[in-house]
Each structure stands twice: as structure tokens, then as C-alpha cells.
Design a binder for this molecule. Structure first.
Ligand SMILES: *Cc1c(COP(=O)(O)O)cnc(C)c1O
Length: 370
């Protein structure tokens, strides 16, 4: 009675759309955080079948789940527990994004234990201020990696960074710093196969800076990385539809309070419809009074307080029956409320809306399932 319908064909189409715009660069499909709520393994399997070059995740645990599911595509993980031993990651051929010499040393210890060579990508902070070596720390990290590579303990696959997408001036400054860091690494004798800097937003804005790979997340799922531009403008198609059903209807008199705190009272005799989705499923409680849902093609605002398990729609005198489908959000080009509109209603971004969907929602895959 609560479903996230995931259209894998839409995701495949979005991959090809982003690939076409990335001027020959490899494409990493970013499937962290359960593929932004879309379900990591089914999404990764379809991306693999579509020939994605890499898969990207934050945590090693996510990478290991991909391997356990039989995924063979190269996987990069870039956010690590300080106590991480890297043994399982190296054993399962997970490539590691690293920012510190301490991390390099731990990875090398794992490679030695396993008698193998660990594959790493070195991350430089070109201005985002998140993970990555500072420009000051960078030469020492590079020199250490160069020496470990020469000793046959690691293979440096890539050098990477991440943009803030604050303004064109800020981004271009980061691109320049990235180029300088790459140049410096080469001058220090570091050899590597690829540079990668851009996520979905950057890949759309700066095709000239795709380098050898781009890391695409939100666009794969059919969403625009920009609040002021729709996905449609980039030829991207929404993959997720969040649906439920009406589980009870009732006719109530005027002045009937509805849900906690009576944020809504009926203005006349009204039909109320009960929908079994609440904040436990990730529907933001603060969407009360702002979010819309679609029932029988009509839009209704959720006026009464969203609870943990359920919310109520005042349908007025409209026809509505138990079992009617309720769409919380889906493809706006089909006339449905969108994750973007829900995001706007609660002052967040589409990324957060789709990623937080969970709880008792069941995912159902449509399109070609691998
Ligand atoms: C999440 C993430 C991405 C993907 O970002 P999107 O904006 O969803 O395309 C790329 N690179 C890094 C380092 C990330 O953390």
C-alpha cells in the first residue's frame, strides 16, 4: 500500500543523456545512499548492463554490498572511518579515494597483508573545504603516493576534487586550482590514469572540464541539480514515483477537526481520505500545509498535520474511494506533483526528498530489470 516505483529505463536513458554531454569522458554512476533512495543494487545492476564505466559510493560498506551482489564494474569509495583497515575493500577490489598520508599508510598495510596492490584516487581540496588534502598538504601526499606506487604497493588510478557550484567565478577558480594540483603531481613524478572533478551540476555547466571522468548522481535519477532549472530542460526523466492508496474515506460535518493540533477544520460537510504514509516514510512533517498529492488527477494540498504513519486529505465533495491511487510525487511532465515541488514546499532540494524516502515504502522496479 506504499510504493516507490522506480523506472530503470528512465535511469538508463538519463545515463546515456549525461554520457552524450560529457564529451567522451568516462561516466561514474553515483549510487551512494541507496542510490539516492532508488535502491542501490537494482540501479547499479542496470547501470552496469548499460555500460557505466564506474560506480561511486561514499562508504566502503556500500561498495562491498555492490560486490556481494555480483557487480564487477570498478567501484570507488571516498569517505572512510578513521579506524578502517581497508582489508575488505582491497580484497574486493574497491578503489579508494584518499586524502591523507595516514589513510595511504593504512591502505598499504592492507595491501601488504593481502599480497596485492591497492588502487587509489588522491583527493585534493580545491576550495570546497570538505574532504581532500589541502593545497598545502598536497605535495607531501603526492610524493608519498608516488613512492608507494614505485614500491609496487599501490596503483594511483586517479586524482580528483569536487566543486562547490557557488558561482561561475568560484568554480573556475577551483578548476584552475585543480589543473595546478594535477600539474604539480605530474611534476613530482606521480603517474595516474584519470582526473575527475565534476558531478551532475558541473558536467552540465562546464563540459570543458569533464577530464577523463565525470561523477553523475542526481541527473541519473532524472532530477536537475539546479533549483532554477527543470530536469526536462536537460532531457532527464524522473525515475521515482512515490505512491500510496486511500485506505479509508468518511463523510464528516462542518467544523470537524482533522489530525493533531487541528491545523485543518472542515469548512462544510466534507469527504476525508486517509493515506497510510507518514514521516516514518520520509514524508516531511513540515510539508503540512504546503505539499500536494494527486488523486484521480486532482491535486490536493495536505492541510492536516502529517503524522508518523498517515495523513488525511480533505477531498471536499469530490468522488474518492478506498483503493484509489494517491501519487505523492512523480514525473511532473505527466502532470504529477514533483519531488522538486515537495522540496520547495519544505525549503530543501530534490536530492533530500528522494534520498529520505524509505520507512515502510516498498520499491518496485519497472523497465528492464537485471
Ligand atoms: C555525491 C557526489 C557526487 C554526485 O553528485 P550529484 O550532484 O548527485 O551528481 C559526485 N562526487 C562526489 C564526491 C559526491 O560526493
Amino acid at each position: 500500500m506504499r510504493e516507490l516505483v522506480i523506472d530503470l529505463d528512465a535511469i538508463a536513458g538519463n545515463l546515456h543523456t549525461m554520457r552524450a554531454g560529457s564529451v567522451g569522458a568516462k561516466v561514474m554512476g553515483v549510487v551512494k545512499a541507496n542510490a539516492y533512495g532508488h535502491g542501490m543494487v537494482p540501479v547499479a545492476k542496470r547501470l552496469e548492463a548499460e555500460g557505466v564505466d564506474y560506480l561511486g559510493v561514499a562508504d566502503i560498506g556500500e561498495a562491498l554490498e555492490l560486490r556481494a551482489a555480483g557487480i564487477k564494474t570498478p567501484v570507488l569509495a571516498w569517505l572512510h572511518d578513521p579506524r578502517e583497515t581497508y582489508l575488505e575493500a582491497v580484497r574486493h577490489d574497491i578503489e579508494l579515494g584518499l586524502a591523507t598520508i595516514a589513510q595511504l599508510e593504512s591502505v598499504v598495510a592492507a595491501a601488504k597483508t593481502l599480497g596485492t596492490v591497492a588502487a587509489v584516487h588522491l583527493k585534493v581540496d580545491t576550495g570546497l573545504g570538505r574532504n581532500g588534502a589541502t593545497l598545502h598538504e598536497w605535495p607531501a601526499l603526492v610524493a608519498e603516493a608516488r613512492d608507494l606506487a614505485a614500491a609496487g604497493l599501490i596503483r594511483v588510478v586517479g586524482v580528483f576534487s569536487h566543486l562547490s557550484v557557488t558561482s561561475a567565478a568560484d568554480d573556475l577558480a577551483q578548476i584552475e586550482k585543480f589543473d595546478a594540483a594535477v600539474e604539480q603531481a605530474r611534476n613530482l613524478g606521480l603517474e595516474f590514469e584519470m582526473r575527475h572533478l565534476l558531478a551532475s551540476d558541473g558536467a552540465i555547466l562546464y563540459p570543458q572540464a569533464c577530464y577523463e571522468m565525470v561523477r553523475i548522481g542526481i541527473a541519473l535519477y532524472g532530477f536537475s541539480p539546479f533549483i532554477d532549472h527543470s530536469a526536462d530542460e536537460y532531457g532527464l526523466r524522473t525515475a521515482m514515483t512515490a505512491k500510496s492508496v486511500v485506505v479509508q474515506t468518511k463523510r464528516v460535518p462542518a467544523g470537524h477537526g482533522v489530525s493533531y493540533g487541528y491545523l485543518h477544520r472542515t469548512e462544510g460537510e466534507r469527504t476525508l481520505a486517509l493515506i497510510p504514509v507518514g514521516y516514518a516514510e520520509g514524508l516531511p512533517r513540515e510539508a503540512t500545509g504546503a505539499a500536494q498529492v494527486s488523486i484521480r488527477g486532482h491535486r490536493y494540498t495536505i492541510l492536516a498535520r502529517i503524522a508518523m504513519d498517515q495523513f488525511v486529505i480533505d477531498c471536499g465533495d469530490d468522488e474518492v474511494e478506498v483503493g484509489d491511487e494517491v501519487v505523492l510525487f512523480g514525473d511532473p511532465t505527466l502532470g504529477l506533483p514533483s519531488a522538486d515541488s515537495l522540496a520547495r514546499a519544505v525549503g530543501t532540494i530534490n536530492y533530500e526528498i528522494v534520498t529520505r524516502m524509505g520507512g515502510r515504502f516498498k520499491r518496485r522496479y519497472i523497465g528492464e530489470v537485471q
